[in-house]
Unconditional design. Structure first.
Length: 266
C-alpha cells in the first residue's frame, strides 16, 4: 500500500472522522477529503503529516498527536494602528506566564500582568494612545482578537470555566464561555473613580470590549471588598484563571467541537 492507502486504512480501522484525520495530519478537512479521494495529489505537507501518524516509532494516540498539532500554533500577533492609538500585541496560550507590557498606564500594566501570570499565557503588549479611554479600549480589542485568532475553531477546549479569587479584603468571581457570542454581565462596585491613575470605569469598558472581540460570555462580580486596588487585582486574577481553564485542551474530546451544534463562531 502507498502512504495514502495506509492513511485511509488507519481511518477505517480506528473509525476516525475526516475532520479528525485532517487535524492529525495538519490540513483542512476539504484538503484531506480531496486528497483521500485522489482529486488532488498528496502534497508535501500532507505526506509529512501522514508519515508522522503512520510511523511505528511515534506510537502516539490520536489525542496526543492532535494535541501536538493544535497547541504548537495556539499563538497570535495583532497590530492595530489608528489616529488615536498604536498597539502591537503577541499572545501565546500554551506557555508559562511571561509578560512584557507597556501601555503607559502603570495600573493597567499591573492588571494585564495578572492575566498573563495567573492565566499562564505569554503576553507582550506595546501600546501608545492619545488618552486612557482609547488606549484601554483598543488594547481590549487587540487582546480579544488575539484569543479568538489563537483558538481558531476551538476544537477540544474545555470552553466554559469559572474562578473565585481573594485578595486580602476583596473577593472576585469570574465565569467565561468561549461559545462564540460576546456578552457581559458585570457587577463591579468600586468606591472611587480612579485606581492609582487608572479611571475605574475603564475596567468595565475593557471587559465588555474584550468579551465582544474574543467572542465569549463573561460574567464578573466583585463579591465584596474595601480597597479598590484589591478588588481590581482579584478580578483580573480570577479572569486569568478562568481563561486558563477554559482554553485548556480536554483530552477526552480532543479534536471535537465542545458544542451540540457542532459549530462555534470564531
Amino acid at each position: 500500500m502507498d502512504v495514502l492507502e495506509k492513511v485511509v486504512d488507519l481511518q477505517n480501522r480506528k473509525g476516525y472522522t475526516d475532520q479528525q484525520m485532517a487535524d492529525m495530519i495538519g490540513c483542512s478537512r476539504p484538503t484531506y477529503q480531496r486528497t483521500r479521494t485522489r482529486k488532488i495529489p498528496a502534497g508535501g505537507a500532507f505526506l509529512r503529516g501522514a508519515l508522522i501518524i503512520l510511523s511505528p516509532e511515534v506510537n502516539r494516540s490520536f489525542r496526543e498527536v492532535n494535541r501536538s498539532f493544535r497547541e504548537v500554533n495556539r499563538s497570535s500577533v495583532i497590530n492595530r494602528k489608528t489616529k488615536e492609538t498604536d498597539i502591537s500585541l503577541e499572545l501565546n496560550i500554551d506557555s508559562n506566564g511571561k509578560y512584557e507590557i507597556n501601555t503607559g498606564i502603570k495600573m493597567f500594566d499591573h492588571l494585564l500582568a495578572q492575566l498573563a501570570r495567573h492565566g499562564v499565557f505569554d503576553i507582550k503588549i506595546s501600546a501608545a494612545g492619545d488618552d486612557q479611554h482609547h488606549l484601554v479600549e483598543d488594547v481590549a480589542i487587540c487582546l480579544g482578537r488575539a484569543f479568538s485568532k489563537a483558538l481558531g475553531e476551538k476544537r477540544g477546549i474545555v470552553r466554559m470555566a469559572s474562578a473565585t479569587v481573594p485578595m486580602d479584603d476583596a473577593l472576585a468571581l469570574v465565569a467565561v464561555d468561549f461559545g462564540g457570542r460576546g456578552y457581559t454581565v458585570l457587577d463591579l462596585p468600586f468606591t472611587d473613580s480612579d485606581i492609582a491613575g487608572l479611571e475605574t470605569d475603564l475596567i468595565r469598558h475593557f471587559l465588555e470590549t474584550f468579551a465582544i472581540e474574543a467572542r465569549l460570555n463573561l460574567h464578573a462580580k466583585i463579591l465584596y471588598g474595601v480597597n479598590d486596588h484589591h478588588k481590581a487585582e482579584a478580578l483580573f486574577k480570577a479572569l486569568g484563571r478562568a481563561l486558563d481553564t477554559a482554553t485548556t485542551i480536554d483530552e477526552r474530546i480532543s479534536g471535537e467541537l465542545p458544542s451540540t451544534k457542532e459549530f462555534l463562531e470564531h
